[in-house]
Design a protein around this ligand. Structure first.
Ligand SMILES: Nc1ncnc2c1ncn2[C@@H]1O[C@H](COP(=O)(O)OP(=O)(O)OP(=O)(O)O)[C@@H](O)[C@H]1O
Ligand SMILES: [Mg+2]
Length: 141
């Protein structure tokens, strides 16, 4: 794999209909590139959880993915409100999702836990009132 592939997708707040589009697009691209299926699975889970968190918890943002020899980098950035207590947010079962969102099947409080478990490298940069940037890297082997 010589080239660097980039995927960029705008994620709108509350746009549940398009939830999962970024992760499926990335999945398709990785399949075409012949990436190992276990790597694709991990990448899809991480991307899905990142895009759903933007839809559910943020004012909207972007998902970007770069694929290179080093691995797959997924970058999620949103316009706020930021995560007030990161330590809490990473605790299994912690969720601020509304009842309405829970009725749709979200809000188990496991998204960030899964993102952490399935990423080889993870960096979270969040600021209350500003936004959240999360960079996850999944190695190719
Ligand atoms: N991009 C974000 N912006 C603001 N807050 C966020 C963001 N992502 C996560 N959070 C906060 O962290 C909490 C935990 O996130 P996590 O993804 O683990 O669970 P969840 O989204 O509530 O439920 P699940 O992912 O299981 O459907 C959220 O409930 C929310 O309070
Ligand atoms: Mg979540």
């Amino acid at each position: 794999m010589k080239e660097k592939y980039i995927l960029e997708k705008r994620i709108e707040k509350g746009d549940f209909n398009k939830g999962g589009e970024a992760s499926s697009k990335l999945k398709d691209l990785l399949r075409k590139l012949g990436v190992d299926s276990a790597v694709i699975r991990k990448t899809a889970i991480v991307t899905y959880e990142l895009e759903m968190n933007i839809i559910i918890h943020s004012e909207g943002g972007w998902i970007r993915a770069a694929i290179s020899r080093e691995g797959i980098q997924i970058f999620a950035a949103d316009d706020g409100p930021g995560i007030a207590d990161l330590e809490k947010a990473f605790q299994p079962g912690y969720s601020t999702a509304s009842d309405q969102v829970r009725e749709m099947g979200f809000g188990a409080g496991l998204g960030l836990v899964n993102i952490k478990n399935y990423s080889d490298e993870l960096k979270v940069d969040t600021k209350t009132g500003v936004g959240t940037k999360i960079r996850a890297i999944i190695h190719l082997v």
